[in-house]
Design a protein around this ligand. Structure first.
Ligand code: ATP
Length: 483
């Protein structure tokens, strides 16, 4: 529900995870900044993805391509001609909408009203009309469905126009058409244009993959739902190059591998769903989304696409450079497969959407006790491997040598783990603060510590405490925070 999203947004701001961009100027729509805990969480998610792609796969390597690319890149990829969304304005309220989102919202209303056939029929009709680029008919459909502007309640619409989502800018100091370049709307193309560089220098044999994490930019028509849809965001993409004809087998492999990965991060299977695309993007022969159950419904966090040889073939055509691979493995007749343009299966996940899913999944309000004794505890139940802070080192008082003892423990561990030391306020208040930022372990140093070198470790999820020798802390934290 929307109240839960509101709570999460304000929690994210109040506790240093996500701030509106340029907030002192009232923010900038669909752009956000990550705060001190947010950046740790996001880095942990990115590192985990990076390691599970590159370190755990002998046949996947990473690159870091530039955001700016030669303009022909986007001609070849189809983005110049086809990367657009249908937009429509309401003339009275002067509000802008995405035509497909208006119709999807209407379909959701049918669904909620127990009319799934009507919802299905509407979506199918929309898909057909958009596929045929019949924008006038899309407008008529919006009118005949009686869709009104939420704000003014009127149905006075402009025509539907296609709006290209790419941001453009000028290189050099002369503003000429030839100098127009785009901010990349996806990271994938940086991988395609480097395919042979990596294959040759890394002596990669098919099947192999190239992974990349980086910023992407889309001039989204409607900014909604916090960091779910941003104009500047980060993608984590892996393009897996395969022999033509084997793409379906790899598509299924990656679909399962990626779902398992999300579950290993602590997302229950019930909150994940596959959504198979019936209407395929121009480059794909099969596509599936992994959807997460956000407070506003099941929505895409990751796409797995079988992109065929669409991209490499078009780059070959426009660049006049061969994009081929020589496969000396033998086919069933004992002959080498020889030269071909590889097919590509990609996995593409938004770091920010994954961050939001992680935050929604972790956000917990737990009520205990009855009547006047009733208490609610809010905490972020992150998997310890991704929690921004792994442990807080807390002397129970500020005197009698406890801070010194605690600081010695802190100094001994801080190089290996992102931990914090705190001595201000009561121990209860400090526990609460750590709960709110999702720190899985609190280590308390008390008078007994001075006698026998043991500490208590408090677990965030159960609030249970356990006594442990100081000498066991490093191994304990290493074990608990591993993935
Ligand atoms: P949507 O249908 O939600 O616009 P898409 O199908 O266009 O997304 P892809 O082009 O498949 O998305 O991009 C791959 C991933 O990149 C998405 O699964 C999502 O996690 C992320 N992503 C795409 N657009 C945005 C955005 N505007 N803000 C944040 N993340 C995004």
């Amino acid at each position: 529900d929307n109240n839960q999203l509101k709570d999460i947004i304000s929690h994210a701001k109040e506790y240093g995870f996500v701030f509106p961009s340029s907030e002192i100027y009232d923010g900038l729509a669909a752009v956000y900044d990550y705060g001190q805990y947010g950046v740790e969480l996001k880095n942990n998610l990115k590192n985990l993805w990076w390691k599970s792609m590159t370190q755990l796969h002998g046949n996947i390597v990473g690159i870091d391509a530039a955001i700016f690319m030669h303009p022909l890149t986007w001609k070849a990829s189809g983005h110049v001609d086809g990367f657009s969304d249908p937009m429509i304005d309401n003339k009275d309220s002067q509000k802008r909408y995405r035509a497909d989102q208006l119709l999807e919202a209407k379909a959701e209303q049918y669904e909620a009203a127990g009319q799934p056939e009507k919802a299905q029929a509407l979506l199918a009709e929309m898909g057909r009309l958009l596929g045929a680029e019949d924008l006038e008919a899309v407008k008529q459909l919006i009118i005949s469905e009686g869709i009104v502007c939420q704000i003014s309640g009127t149905a006075n619409w402009t025509d539907v126009r296609q709006f290209n989502l790419m941001f453009s800018t000028q290189v050099g100091s002369v503003a000429e058409d030839a100098n127009t370049i785009y901010l990349r709307p996806e990271t994938a193309q940086g991988i395609f244009v480097n395919f042979l560089n990596v294959q040759k220098t890394g002596r990669m044999k098919i099947p192999f993959g190239i992974a990349q994490i980086g910023k992407a930019f889309r001039n989204e028509i409607v900014a909604r739902q916090f960091i779910f849809r941003m104009r500047e965001f980060e993608q984590m993409e892996m393009q897996f190059f395969v022999r033509p004809g084997t793409q379906m087998q790899w598509y299924e492999h990656w679909r399962e591998t990626r779902r398992t990965w999300h579950e290993a991060l602590g997302v229950p299977a019930s909150k994940l769903k596959f959504h198979i695309h019936e209407k395929l993007a121009h480059y794909a022969d099969a596509a599936v989304d992994i959807e997460f159950q956000f407070p506003f419904g099941f929505k895409e966090i990751e796409g797995i696409h079988s992109r065929t040889d669409f991209d490499l073939r078009n780059h070959q055509e426009l660049s006049k450079k061969k994009m081929q691979y020589f496969d000396n493995d033998l086919d069933e007749n004992g002959k080498p497969y020889g030269n071909y343009i590889p097919y590509v299966v990609e996995t593409s996940v938004g770091a920010d959407r994954l961050f939001l899913a992680t935050l929604c999944n972790a956000y917990t309000n737990e009520t205990t006790g009855e009547g006047a004794e009733q208490k609610t505890r809010t905490f972020l139940k992150f998997h310890p491997a991704i929690a921004p802070v792994k442990a807080a080192i807390l002397p129970i008082t500020k005197k009698d040598g406890l801070p010194e003892k605690a600081l010695a423990i802190f100094d001994d561990l801080r190089l290996d783990f992102n931990i914090i030391y705190e001595e201000k306020d009561s121990i209860g208040k400090r526990y609460t603060r750590q709960d709110l930022i999702g720190t899985p372990f609190c280590v308390a140093i008390d008078y007994q510590t001075l006698e026998d070198d043991t500490v208590t470790i408090r677990y965030r999820d159960t609030t249970e405490q356990e006594r442990l020798p100081i000498s066991a802390l490093r191994e304990k934290l290493a074990y608990e925070t591993s993935f």
